[in-house]
Design a protein around this ligand. Structure first.
Ligand SMILES: NC(=O)c1ccc[n+]([C@@H]2O[C@H](COP(=O)([O-])OP(=O)(O)OC[C@H]3O[C@@H](n4cnc5c(N)ncnc54)[C@H](OP(=O)(O)O)[C@@H]3O)[C@@H](O)[C@H]2O)c1
Length: 296
């Protein structure tokens, strides 16, 4: 029995859908059924249900809010995975967990591999790194997938925010000096399940292929929306620099991740380009977007 945490989130929802399609039996408690910030409740749940493996897609993902709520971020991003790792160590249950490009220094212009310097700049990044370290120090039955720029047709993310803003603004200014790889939750879940089935061990980067700035990503979103005639109004886009768009949390300029280690471990699989993921998610999107706000 697999315990999937965060199954109402972007990645968790796709994981749950794809795992059920593959015939796996799941436990996927909602927030109402299990508050993951209550670690005693989590421990009691684990003892009662005895999952043989765990996939943790739950997290505190509101990057800016984390700056003023460090304890809440630490609870979900550090103490929760530590508790799951303790259960793994006690029972032998396998733990697949997610982390982020925000743990890296995010300097330079080259894709960062798993050995790149870990210098998180934000509360979110620091708490996610603390979660990674707690898992590593507690169990050896784990893998951690560091991903970035996750989006989906549902949930709080950049694509949905752009589509929502299109109906409200004629001009949008978008940061053009942060570069990364948009990764659809759907494709992330597919590769996560491959990693799960292989019971990979250790830390792996996992994003789609290619790179683009947020400005370039927005352009691609609106080009597709225009092509598919799905938006009555497509706003004009203006590129700006990070320093012209101050936010509470510092974001890395370089979010490019080198995924070679994972591809080697999964022997022969290929990651698709981010544009492929975008077309697919845009097709699923019910416009106009009914979600707003961005998380990581
Ligand atoms: N989004 C990104 O761009 C991004 C980038 C890099 C790494 N990651 C990592 O990828 C993983 C999945 O991210 P995501 O984008 O799928 O996140 P998400 O959409 O924000 O989902 C997070 C999930 O955690 C649940 N959760 C949070 N606090 C909870 C609590 N106290 N009790 C119960 N459930 C709680 C949420 O429940 P509700 O639905 O009930 O709120 C939601 O289902 C995370 O580890 C994240 O750090 C994400």
């Amino acid at each position: 029995m697999i315990l999937v945490l965060g199954s109402n989130g972007q990645v968790g929802h796709e994981l749950k859908r794809q795992l059920l399609e593959r015939g796996y039996e799941l436990l996927s408690p909602t927030r109402d059924e299990l508050d993951l910030s209550n670690l005693d409740a989590v421990k009691t749940y684990l003892q009662a249900h005895q999952p043989t493996s765990m996939i943790n897609a739950a997290a505190y993902t509101q990057v800016d809010k984390a700056e003023s709520e460090p304890q809440s971020a630490d609870m979900l991003n550090h103490r929760l995975p530590h508790t799951l790792a303790e259960y793994s160590q006690q029972t032998g249950a396998y733990l697949l967990h997610y982390s982020t490009d925000y743990v890296y220094a995010g300097q330079g212009t080259k894709p960062q591999d798993e050995n790149a310097p870990l210098i998180p700049q934000s509360v979110y990044g620091k708490t996610k790194l603390a979660g990674e370290m707690a898992i590593q120090a507690t169990t050896n039955r784990y893998s951690i997938l560091r991903t970035s720029w996750v989006y989906s047709y549902r949930g709080h993310n950049f694509m949905n925010t752009m589509l929502k803003l299109a109906s409200q603004r004629d001009v949008l200014t978008i940061v053009d000096d942060q570069v990364g790889t948009p990764t659809s939750a759907d494709i992330l879940a597919t590769f996560s399940i491959l990693a799960y089935e292989e019971r990979l061990k250790g830390i792996y980067n996992l994003t789609q292929e290619g790179e683009v700035s947020w400005y370039g990503f927005a352009k691609a979103i609106f080009e597709l929306a225009r092509k598919n005639k799905r938006l009555p109004n497509v706003p004009k886009l203006l590129p700006i620099k990070t320093c012209d768009y101050p936010t509470p949390a510092i974001r890395p300029l370089n979010s490019r991740l080198d995924c070679g280690k994972l591809l080697k471990a999964l022997d022969g699989v290929k990651l698709s380009d981010w544009k492929t993921g975008l077309s697919k998610e845009m097709t699923k999107q019910q416009l106009p977007g009914n979600q707003q706000g961005t998380s990581q």
